[in-house]
Design a protein around this ligand. Structure first.
Ligand SMILES: CN(C)c1ccccc1CNc1ccc(C(N)=O)cn1
Length: 253
């Protein structure tokens, strides 16, 4: 089933950033996914009523009111049902959410469902809306943003890349190394010498087996150096363990 995203946002134009550029633009044009935005301002009962109000109990800033968001979510669910989506899952992008990793992206892709993304502004949302309408909160990292829109775009982009046909037929080759839970190897292109620095010989050799081995060694070595936490989660094959040991010896010498 085609992935359908509905985003609830006060700034729909922000999503031009993924619909008007690059491979996400092409994927949308090729109909590999749909992105629809809904503005809570369309759902306030009478126009001058706003979408935000002061927090009970005092405190700085404003909160998004539950009602307009609830109406927008109901509308999004109706739209997704009409488009044939079997299931809709409501995700609120929030610093309080489950951390977005590739395994979460994979989980969302595997569950054949359309997503309704709530991108909130101000200081956040009335908790009763979250309790009654939100299935899950997702965070893209431990930092605060002015709104959930950028986080929503990160989630959408990370999912669209893995939809069938989006990355060229080399998709599997281009697959991000995070896919197998490790960092990427270094990459080089012309010129052969850049400011006095050469390209690693093996990459010019045409020995595809040697090149594959060198790249795997770099993936293992860099993951060990920069993200030992990722390496710890991974069972290494005999060959991988040997390559990593070689890398470590080269580093030590
Ligand atoms: C306005 N704030 C602070 C807020 C407060 C509560 C919920 C949502 C928001 C919207 N902001 C976000 C959203 C997501 C992330 C993230 N790390 O995924 C960071 N900030």
């Amino acid at each position: 089933m085609k992935k359908i995203f509905h985003v609830i946002t006060l700034f729909p134009e922000m999503f031009d950033a993924i619909t008007r550029y690059g491979i996400t633009r092409r994927a949308a044009e090729e109909g590999r996914f749909e992105l629809h935005t809904l503005n809570p301002r369309e759902f306030v009962s009478n126009k001058h009523r706003s979408v935000d109000d002061r927090p009970y109990g005092g405190g700085p800033g404003m909160l998004m009111m539950a009602e307009p968001l609830a109406h927008a979510i109901v509308k999004a669910k109706q739209s997704q049902a009409q488009a044939g989506a079997l299931k809709s899952r409501v995700i609120h992008l929030s610093p309080q959410g489950r951390q977005l990793t590739y395994s979460v992206v994979k989980e969302f892709l595997e569950q054949d469902e359309s997503l309704i993304l709530l991108a909130s502004r101000y200081e956040g949302v009335d908790e009763r809306l979250i309790c009654q309408y939100v299935d899950e909160e997702i965070s893209i990292g431990d930092y605060v943003l002015s709104g959930g829109e950028l986080a929503a775009m990160v989630l959408i982009d990370s999912m669209v890349r893995h939809l069938p046909g989006v990355l060229g037929d080399a998709g599997s080759a281009q697959q991000d190394s995070f896919v197998d839970g490790m960092l990427d190897c270094p990459h080089y292109t012309r010129p052969e010498v850049f400011e006095g620095e050469n390209v690693p010989e093996v990459l010019l050799s045409g020995h595809h087996a040697e090149i594959k081995k060198w790249r795997l060694k770099q993936v293992l070595g860099r993951t060990w150096q920069r993200r030992p936490d990722l390496l710890a989660q991974r069972q290494l094959t005999e060959q991988e363990a040997r390559l990593l040991a070689e890398y470590q010896q080269e580093q030590a010498s």
